[in-house]
Write a protein that binds this ligand. Structure first.
Ligand code: ADP
Ligand code: MG
Length: 569
């Protein structure tokens, strides 16, 4: 028999003042007039991870028209919109009740500036469901039943009423978000058709409020304005005609004086793989979805990666065709990052001199004269960047403030001048003609990619208590006692992407890895499952599956590649 909200009230009265474990009795479903509350998981104590609940409105009562979530990108926009609506209404209708630890917490998964595929809301013709987390209130370990009643019987119905019914939400804003999603989808398709690496609409706001905020800089931001040479006009299905800068495929340099906005532009391109919310300033800035930021990452682990295109003849005869190390240098890590990115299908590399290894990027003529090629294991990126495009179709956009040698290998040179891009390609070509350069080309060999790297089951050892894979913030995952450092993955931007990756690793370990599939095949396989069945399938939990946001294949592979226990056949 389904219980009612009155039953819920009675249970809370009964267990009021008792020890925390009595909360376990709450588990189950409760019927309200317009919705069902499902208490799926009850935390063990007030300091533990919060309890997980769902509120479910039947489709006919919710009244959402089906045509707003026909396509995957529309659905993504609707889920995002409703998640934000629930968050707003929690803020509006609920004052956190007091208590120890996580007592009184009431949240839906966090949404930042990006619109990601998330699982906080389920919407289909049968139901609208929101997944929330609650810190069941207690003083010390004593249950605060009245405070719990405030959450469940007072605040929750108001929040549901205001958020999960078509008649009560702002339909105008929802339609606007769906239309924006359509335009963004169109832009992404257009990039491929027109062979562009990225598009940045005129008027975009690139700088952020501060180094620790992703919100747009509002005061004093110089809006983006395309140089004439690159300006194109596109006709978006909803917004209509829009002008901006199309950055072509190939090799593009971003030059300019220090503090003129080079890194800000590159950062915006890195995050252009994601859609942004209205008002962000980057809503009409899109980058090819498989663009990967490449950095030097001293100290990272590398497992059997073919870095021989860049590094050869290491001291002590170390192998660079299947290069492994527990402690990569700046240049070896940057080389490994490139080859691993190609392995998962990157078609655009984004590189900033600020975060690169100098000896990986450049070797000038004087240095070539002093240290002979035979004595230098590194073939610098400058001698590979064209081959990457010619042979592999992989474009590069790189910020270079310090080395004019790169003019020779660039298709396009863009100068940031007081935050506004100018085309200086012709000037750069003239300089090449006037000032001769003694530099010798060192990159005669083709790009060599990884031979198949078979992911071994032994990557995932279990101890007596099994395996615990846990996120800590965005940039750390722990696998039992082994830490995975993700601080260099700048395109991993949401803690719930990291949470999803924890579940994905578990899923790979249990269901996918078989000593036959390669690392990219494993990633491809999970990704395919998620695309056809949804994010929830990687969760081991019943009911509320835990908050997740979809990471890209690149970030999943990047996490595995940084896992210190990774074993490749
Ligand atoms: P660079 O890499 O060329 O040295 P940065 O991109 O780091 O320069 O930018 C330097 C500073 O200028 C940063 O504080 C950044 O927020 C700010 N900035 C960048 N672009 C703009 C802009 N369009 N309008 C206003 N300020 C900007
Ligand atoms: Mg910079």
């Amino acid at each position: 028999m389904t219980k009612t909200f009155q039953d819920l009230g009675r249970i809370l009265d009964k267990i009021n003042g008792k020890g925390y474990p009595a909360y376990k009795e709450l588990q189950g479903q409760y019927q309200e007039n317009h919705f069902t509350l499902s208490i799926d998981y009850v935390q063990g104590d007030p300091f533990a991870s919060p309890s997980r609940i769902r509120v479910i409105v039947p489709g006919d009562k919710g009244g959402f028209p089906k045509d707003i979530y026909r396509t995957p990108y529309q659905r993504k926009a609707v889920v995002d919109f409703l998640s934000r609506t629930v968050a707003k209404n929690i803020y509006r209708f609920y004052d956190r009740v007091k208590g120890s630890g996580k007592s009184g917490l009431l949240t839906i998964g966090h949404c930042g500036q990006e619109i990601l595929e998330r699982n906080y809301i389920v919407i289909n013709p049968n139901r609208v469901e929101a997944r929330l987390e609650v810190g069941l209130p207690a003083a010390g370990r004593r249950i605060l039943g009245n405070e719990a009643k405030e959450i469940f019987l007072d605040a929750l119905p108001k929040i549901v009423e205001a958020s999960l019914f078509w008649a009560s939400i702002s339909q105008e804003n929802l339609y606007a978000q769906v239309k924006l999603a359509e335009d963004q989808h169109f832009l992404r398709e257009e990039l491929k058709k027109r062979k562009l690496a990225a598009f940045i609409a005129n008027g975009s706001i690139l700088p952020r409020e501060s180094g620790i905020s992703e919100r747009p800089l509002l005061k004093g931001a110089v809006p983006f304005q395309s140089p004439k040479e690159y300006e194109i006009e596109l006709r978006l299905p909803n917004y209509g005609p829009i002008k901006g800068m199309g950055i072509p495929e190939g090799v593009t340099l971003i030059v300019g004086g220090g503090f003129h906005g080079k890194s800000t532009l590159l950062k915006a391109l890195e995050l252009g793989i994601y859609d942004h919310i209205a008002g962000d300033g980057r809503e009409y800035l899109v980058t090819r979805e498989n663009a990967v930021k490449i950095k030097a990452e001293n100290g990272r682990k590398v497992e059997k990666v073919n870095i021989s295109s860049f590094i050869n003849n290491l001291p002590m005869g170390q192998d660079t065709v299947r290069f492994s190390t527990e402690n990569a240098s700046g240049s070896t890590s940057q080389a490994a990052n490139i080859i691993e990115a190609l392995e998962v299908g990157a078609e655009l590399l984004l590189i900033d001199e600020d975060t690169s290894a100098t000896n990986f990027m450049i070797r000038d003529s004087r240095m070539q004269r002093l240290v002979q090629k035979e004595k230098e294991p590194i073939t610098p990126f400058i001698d590979k960047v064209r081959t990457l495009y010619k042979e592999k179709g992989v474009s590069t956009i790189l910020v270079i403030g310090g080395s004019g040698d790169y003019f020779e290998v660039a298709d396009h040179v863009i100068m940031m001048d007081e935050y506004t891009p100018k085309d200086v390609t012709q000037k750069a070509k003239e300089i090449i003609k006037i000032m001769d350069n003694q530099r010798k080309f060192e990159g005669v060999l083709p790009i060599r990619e990884n031979s198949p790297r078979i992911l071994l089951k032994s990557t995932f050892p279990q101890d007596k208590r099994g395996v615990k894979i846990k996120p800590r913030g965005i940039h750390t995952i722990t696998y039992n006692k082994t830490e995975i450092d993700l601080s260099h993955l700048e395109q991993l931007i949401d803690p719930n992407q990291t949470n999803a990756i924890c579940f994905i690793i578990h899923f790979i370990m249990e269901k996918v890895v078989n000593d036959k599939l390669t690392l990219p095949q494993v990633v491809e396989k999970v990704y395919g499952e998620i695309s056809s069945k949804g994010l929830d399938i990687v969760s081991p939990y019943q009911g509320h599956p835990g908050n997740m946001a979809l990471p890209r294949k690149h970030e999943i592979a990047a996490v595995l590649n940084r896992f210190r226990l990774l074993k490749i056949k």
